[in-house]
Ligand binder design. Sequence first.
Ligand code: NDP
Ligand code: GDR
Length: 341
Amino acid sequence: MARRALITGITGQDGSYLAEHLLREGYEVWGLARGQANPRVSRMRKLLADVQVVRGDLLDQGSLISAVERVQPDEVYNLGAISFVPMSWEQAELTAEVTGMGVLRMLEAIRVCSGVSRGGTAAGGQIRFYQASSSEMFGQVSETPQNERTGFHPRSPYGVAKAYGHFLTQNYRESYGMFAVSGILFNHESPRRGAEFVTRKVSLGVARIKLGLADELRLGNLEARRDWGFAGDYVRAMHLMLQAATPEDYVIGTGRMKSVRELAEAAFAAAGLDWERYVVTDQALHRPAEVDLLCADPKKARVQLGWEPTVSFDELVALMVESDLRLLSDGGDPDQDSSWP
Ligand code: NDP
Ligand code: GDR
């Protein structure tokens, strides 16, 4: 019988790549989708016709229990979240509820449906659980690069909510013997990245300028440095973590850091343009508290999981710029969420 996976956040970037990966691996894939007329669900269905949809919301405990009861998954990947850091200051409570408490609700749904009692650490149930933790938990870093033992100092309500989910996942593993793990993933991008994140904002901006649809690109802090990889590589790591003999947390990243300035330079150069002619900095796009730099030490994942990234920073930037040039040349509208390469 095919193994069965349930993915929350199926309409997001990672949900789509993970679903494709698991379908290739022979899984029966189910996606949890919210809302009664969510346009992102139809976009997902166009790309991933073989994914089955179950309705549910990370804000609604009962819906998660029903979803787990219905799907009877072998593996649950909790990717659903409010994931855009600036939004977490504007809607801090909602971020805590979805990105933080949502983890508690999903773990409880699994615990209840697996018959794991509060009384002890017994069997821990059969369902394996993956939590999408984030390098944003490191925040103001105490050491570079960051590994699984680096302390957390989150700098946004999003980072704080992720830290709660991270510790809770660890706690359910220790309290109930559940196979529950967190992947501490550094920034990963793709042509399916939401247009609000800086890499996609830049690749779309470059494409618009190249095609004469815009004449400038407004950005915030150009000095922030991140460890950027390709999302397709990172979802393989999620799957590998759930196939390991023991439940453990892993840092996933490339180990290389670039600044937003270098990102802009590379993206404009990929289209034969000089970034300095078009990029305008805007103080309004700076954050109340910034994460200055993040850089992964992914050694544990390499040694224990055999995981390695396959796409370099320059390849990733070129891939995204080419994809957006194609999308806009074909009349696609990224703001309408209608197309997905
Ligand atoms: P996206 O923002 O692309 O996707 C987020 C998903 O969460 C969407 O499918 C969205 O569905 C869903 N969602 C939002 N609110 C709810 C809710 N109340 N109940 C159920 N689902 C909900 O994120 P990514 O794919 O980039 O990231 C996946 C996960 O990994 C997230 O948890 C993110 O925080 C985390 N992460 C991402 C990194 C990255 O660089 N991409 C790095 C580290 C961690 P809807 O269509 O309904 O809005
Ligand atoms: P991040 O990604 O906050 O790291 O979170 P984002 O791409 O939004 O920002 C990266 C860095 O770029 C700087 N920046 C800008 N960012 C945006 N969005 N728009 C701008 O115009 C701009 N100008 C400069 C930011 O200040 C920041 O320093 C992502 C999300 O996917 C999270 O969900 C995930 O957990 C982390 O990556 C790891």
